[in-house]
Design a protein around this ligand. Structure first.
Ligand SMILES: *[C@@H]1O[C@H](CO)[C@@H](O)[C@H](O)[C@H]1NC(C)=O
Ligand SMILES: *[C@@H]1O[C@H](CO)[C@@H](O)[C@H](O)[C@H]1NC(C)=O
Length: 284
């Protein structure tokens, strides 16, 4: 009897503890409006959960997009994303940081190229000083249309790392001392859903009978260094956690995970295709 009471109170304690944890983790999620604003397709945007979840829709009339209110010069940018469940060939859902100033286009991006039946392809790319064409494509080890997953872009003076949940899938090292440009402009964090015909659909047409295509987003807190506040140089300070030594290179375990992903999930790498056009493909 006593043992059972003990067991019950222990169970109650665990339940309360878990409930408290959930409350705390909910509380740190900030609302969309705190850091972001809608930039286009306003009537294709819906808010849920007091602005902690946003849905963008895409149909024949419009897609939609939003971006951070501020610009950043370093950071670890993350977003929880669920992409359209339907056959969405040609519909691109993208999460990226970008600066489109004249002749110095810098961009680090995740792009889901829609699919039809088959597994989803995740494309990543890096533009620095207008040099792009650095596509890599990966298959995923889960279905990104069913659940939210976290996609992350680490950007500091040493490297850019693309993460899918906790797994690093791509690294772009700062080799500017070897003449390879590295993104250095102030960036907005940007999200959009748009018509990628024909390049994202291999020339095929979007199946409009499936419209509207719906993508959901969560996690609107931003871990980044505001470019103007106070000086850009401070965005390289090692006191910002994403600039710390831990983030200069992958640790051995991450390195193993990264190599496994490359071995099993890498579908396309620009370096194997057009490596002669890109200096970083020729140096180790
Ligand atoms: C890239 O690395 C060089 C040192 O090799 C550094 O001076 C430069 O600031 C870095 N670039 C960026 C954009 O962080
Ligand atoms: C692009 O970067 C430049 C220089 O870093 C900055 O002055 C400008 O505000 C940025 N523009 C956008 C649209 O992010």
């Amino acid at each position: 009897m006593v043992g059972m009471l003990k067991q019950q109170s222990f169970f109650l304690f665990v339940t309360l503890f878990v409930a408290a944890l959930i409350c705390v983790s909910k509380a740190v999620e900030v609302s969309f409006k705190q850091n972001y604003k809608v930039t286009w397709g306003r009537n294709h945007v819906l808010f849920f959960d007091n602005g902690r979840e946003v849905q963008l829709s895409f149909d024949k009339i419009s897609g939609a997009g939003f971006r951070s209110k501020l610009e950043y010069s370093s950071g670890f940018f993350r977003m929880r994303i669920k992409i359209p469940t339907k056959d969405s060939l040609g519909v691109v859902t993208a999460f990226y940081v970008r600066n489109l100033s004249y002749r110095k286009h810098d961009e680090i991006d995740f792009e889901f190229l829609g699919n039809k039946g088959g597994p989803y392809t995740l494309q990543t790319n890096v533009f620095a000083s207008d040099e792009g064409g650095r596509e890599q494509r990966h298959s995923l080890w889960f279905d990104p249309t069913i659940d939210f997953h976290t996609y992350g872009i680490l950007w500091n003076q040493h490297q850019i790392v693309f993460y899918v949940d906790e797994t690093p899938i791509r690294i772009f090292k700062n080799k500017s001392n070897k003449g390879v440009s590295f993104p250095s402009n102030q960036m907005h964090v940007t999200v959009s859903i748009w018509n990628g015909e024909p390049w994202a659909s291999n020339g095929k047409k979007i199946d409009w009978k499936q419209a509207p295509f719906l993508a959901q987003f969560q996690m609107f807190n931003i871990h980044g260094c505001q470019s103007h506040n106070p000086r850009k140089y401070d965005c390289y300070s090692p006191h910002l956690w994403w600039n710390g030594m831990k983030y200069w290179e992958l640790n051995p375990q991450q390195q193993r995970e990264y190599e496994d992903v490359r071995r099993i999930h890498l579908l396309y790498d620009y370096c194997s295709d057009r490596g002669q056009l890109h200096k970083e493909c020729q140096i180790r």
